[in-house]
Design a protein around this ligand. Structure first.
Ligand code: MLC
Ligand code: AMP
Length: 535
């Protein structure tokens, strides 16, 4: 029974902690805005098409879009979905969503209607922003799912979002948010079933950005070449937060093109890319110590960087790539060292084929099937805990519970080991996942689509090495008796339903699939059979 004295004490405590909470400002945008340089008229973003945006432009544009969003009188926690091509204005929409205190939901524009329908149906965004050419089908899906507003935004700075925002004030007070308030939902496909929305808070994103600021030695006079898409963690969070939190300029590329990157390299200091970007840059004769003379940091991640790429890069440029490891659910987890900073670790060597050390604040362990930590050098599941780790999957409490251990570690699904010097190595994945050019492809999802096609009895999708994309999918298909579906027709049919990066790069018809005693398809045998297909 609660006695009255206890009850009063408890209330007072609540009021005190509530008023303390109300005063604190943990909105990620507030921290980014506070890092803008004092001289607001200097260039914040220079685009590859020759446009310049000052820090004042970013401040005013995010204020106008945030005021527009707030004028819509949306419920707290509303999701703002963006299915827009990469542009500075698309970044402004992201920042304005934070600024107004809503939740950003990025969607890759490669996603087709069935994929978009699932994400919008699951996340139920109050606002959807899409390219005007897609307005017809996207708005139909959105309104059916209960979305209140659909705006358009195009790469040429046109569309109803900007027209409406222009009617609003360019002054805006950042919405107060707590560290555990939701800032973004990033969808990541599941090994079985449908995609899951990883819920990331202002605190998750800001704590990670602050750690990377120190760990990678960001400086105000850095210039970042931003050449990645902004639908995913790498381009949206790691790159954008990195530059903004340091008041550093970005050279903004709508699309990765190696020649364009090289033409801007002499004036840049930081570059971030998935391994495919490094492979494509290495194919350019213009990549030399001279063209990269002002660079201080090349960061790689999102997929394994081959040791040969790592070594060739050093030989060609004189710079050592810094490889790091992260996930949609956790942002960045580990990194090779930037310097031998005693605050972080004594080691200064960036080692190829490793992802470095757990970042400050990240608890990382390699565990066995029973979740017990394994000894140094032993191989097991990588589990992590820390202020950067998400709170769970959107409206999927059971899936969330499955992925966390009893003592609060998140099971990454990556398999690895920690060596005697403390470097983390990723040696495989327990999740059935193909990473192609830095994009994740879940075989179960693609197989589901293939199996629905006429004449198909069953299929298996396996990842095989590819010189450009690192890994690509090969579809191995069994036909229904008496039918002969054409591999070309299967691929063509998939192209109408799935994002381009999920399309198998090769499709083959076979009479049977190798199976183990339990009847399960032995994908390792298929992988071995097709592994030289692209080499
Ligand atoms: C394009 N295609 C791909 C593909 N990208 N196929 C497989 N994998 C990919 N990643 C298709 C195209 O549709 C086309 O098909 C054909 O392959 C050739 O395309 P391309 O012109 O060469 O592709 P391009 O447009 O140049 O794109 C390649 C790329 C892009 C590497 C620049 O995929 C990319 O930007 N990847 C980065 C992904 C990323 O940012 N990942 C971060 C996730 S965050 P067709 O049939 O039309 O010829 C994360 C966490 C972390 O993982 O740790 O960071
Ligand atoms: P995503 O769900 O798109 O965030 O992808 C996260 C996955 O990418 C991780 O679970 C890893 O499997 C993989 N990944 C990210 N960085 C690296 C890296 N440096 N080396 C190997 N795999 C990586």
């Amino acid at each position: 029974m609660v006695q009255s004295g206890q009850s009063v004490g408890c209330q007072a405590g609540l009021i005190e902690s509530f008023s303390h909470r109300a005063m604190a400002q943990h909105n990620l945008f507030a921290a980014l805005r506070a890092a803008f340089p004092a001289e607001l008229d200097t260039t914040a973003v220079e685009t590859d098409s020759g446009l310049n945006y000052s820090w004042r432009d970013l401040d005013r544009a995010t204020a106008m879009v945030a005021n527009l969003l707030q004028s819509l009188d949306l419920p707290a926690g509303s999701r703002i979905a963006a299915h827009t091509e990469k542009s500075v204005e698309a970044m402004v929409l992201y920042l304005a969503t934070l600024r107004a205190g809503y939740v950003y939901l990025p969607l890759n524009t490669a996603y087709q209607s069935t994929e978009v329908e699932y994400f919008i149906g699951n996340a139920e965004p109050a606002v959807v922003v899409c390219a005007s050419r897609n307005f017809g089908w996207v708005s139909k899906i959105a309104f059916k799912a209960g979305t209140q507003y659909v705006f358009t935004l195009d790469e040429d700075r046109t569309g109803s979002l900007l027209e409406r925002a222009a009617m609003h004030s360019d002054v805006h007070t950042v919405a107060p948010r707590q560290a555990d308030d939701l800032a973004a939902i990033v969808y990541t496909s599941g090994t079985t079933g449908r995609s899951k929305g990883a819920m990331l808070s202002h605190g998750n994103l800001l704590s990670n950005a602050r750690v990377l600021k120190d760990y990678w030695g960001w400086k105000a006079d850095d210039v970042l070449i931003h050449a990645l898409p902004i639908f995913h963690v790498h381009g949206l969070f790691v790159a954008i937060h990195g530059a903004l939190l340091n008041g550093s300029k970005m050279v903004w590329m709508a699309k990765f093109d190696p020649k364009t990157v090289l033409s801007h390299l002499p004036k840049a200091t930081v570059f971030m890319g998935v391994p495919t970007l490094y492979v494509r840059l290495l194919a350019e004769a213009g990549l030399t110590p001279e063209s990269s003379r002002n660079m201080r940091l090349f960061v790689a991640g999102s997929a394994p960087l081959l040791l040969e790429t790592f070594k060739e890069w050093t030989a060609r440029t004189g710079h050592t790539i810094l490889e790091r490891y992260g996930m949609s659910e956790t942002v960045m987890l580990t990194s090779n060292p930037y310097t031998a900073d005693a605050r972080f670790q004594a080691q200064s060597e960036r080692r190829g084929a490793t992802v470095g050390f757990p970042l400050p604040g990240v608890d990382l362990r390699v565990a066995g099937d029973d979740d017990a930590p394994l000894a140094v050098g032993e191989i097991g599941g990588i589990q992590v805990r820390g202020p950067n780790v998400f709170s769970g999957y959107w409206r999927m409490p059971e899936k969330t519970a499955e992925e966390f251990t009893a003592d609060g570690y998140f099971r990454t699904g990556d398999v690895g080991q920690v060596d005697t010097r403390g470097y983390v190595h990723i040696v495989g994945r327990s999740k059935d996942l193909i990473i192609s050019g830095g994009y994740n492809v879940y075989p179960a999802e693609i197989e589901g689509y293939i199996n629905e096609l006429p004449g198909v009895a069953e299929s298996a999708l396996v990842g095989v090495p590819h010189p450009d994309f690192g890994e690509v999918g090969v579809a191995v298909v069994i036909a229904k008796p008496g039918v002969q579906p054409q591999p070309g027709a299967i691929v063509a049919a998939l192209k109408t339903q799935l994002a381009n990066f999920k399309i198998p790069k090769h499709c083959v018809l076979v009479s049977e699939l190798p199976r183990n005693a339990m009847g399960k398809v032995q994908k390792n045998l298929l992988r071995a059979q097709y592994q030289a297909l692209f080499s």
